[in-house]
Design a protein around this ligand. Structure first.
Ligand code: SAM
Length: 207
């Protein structure tokens, strides 16, 4: 689904539909496309989200779009990858280029969702492109989760909720420790097991 698809063969800025399609093909190669983890985060977010919503690391914008469509909530998607922010905008989501939570003001959101890059990656095997940014959680798998948890309380409204996807590959107990250190209580909302990992979406609320 893409509401931004021009039906007259031209986009608002006069670019041809062929040009858009070609650019989208390029973007698809460097933007994380919806997968099982995205589906699980969307399921949890549709059930739990309220108020103004931020999806950090929105990728294609698919999760944010589901929240907006199925809950009618005002939803923003942010990503470090400018191709992702653009793809989210093409999907009809307000897409912002941002490093984690840095540009957002205090108490700005009632719900913050994050499906982080979480694969533990040997530093000798890093490959340095946008897909690495989408997949690699550094040596521990938690290198993005840690700073995210340190700052998310700042942008979260007092009765806000954080929905964080955690893989067993990332170390479930280790993430729970980081969550507690950041002052949140965690409750699993949805969980699914696959041959190589179990994925859980945790709802985090101030302890
Ligand atoms: C596993 S993908 C999830 C994409 C999408 N939310 C989904 O569930 O399909 C992780 C996303 O986080 C983004 N990302 C990585 N580092 C980031 C950072 N420092 N700040 C914001 N987004 C980041 C990646 O570009 C990627 O789009």
């Amino acid at each position: 689904m893409n509401d931004a698809e021009p039906d007259d063969g031209e986009s608002d800025d006069g670019e041809s539909a062929d040009g858009l399609a070609e650019r989208r093909g390029l973007d698809d190669a460097v933007v994380y496309q919806p997968a099982e983890d995205s589906g699980l985060l969307a399921e949890a977010a549709v059930a739990e989200a309220h108020g103004r919503v931020l999806e950090v690391g929105t990728g294609s914008g698919w999760v944010a779009r589901r929240i907006a469509d199925e809950r009618g909530l005002d939803t923003v998607g942010s990503d470090l990858n400018p191709h992702a922010a653009r793809q989210a905008r093409e999907r009809g989501v307000e897409g912002i280029v941002a490093d984690l939570l840095s540009p957002f003001r205090a108490d700005a959101f009632d719900t913050v969702c994050f499906n982080p890059p979480y694969l533990p990656t040997d530093p000798d095997n890093e490959w340095d492109d946008w897909m690495e940014h989408a997949l690699s959680g550094g040596e521990s798998g938690r290198e993005l989760i840690d700073p995210f948890l340190d700052d998310v309380g700042r942008v979260l409204a007092p009765d806000g909720v954080v929905l964080l996807l955690v893989s067993s590959l990332t170390g479930y107990d280790e993430v729970l420790e980081l969550v507690a250190d950041a002052g949140f209580a965690a409750e699993p909302v949805v969980e699914e097991s696959f041959p190589f990992e179990t994925l859980t979406v945790l709802a985090l609320r101030r302890a």
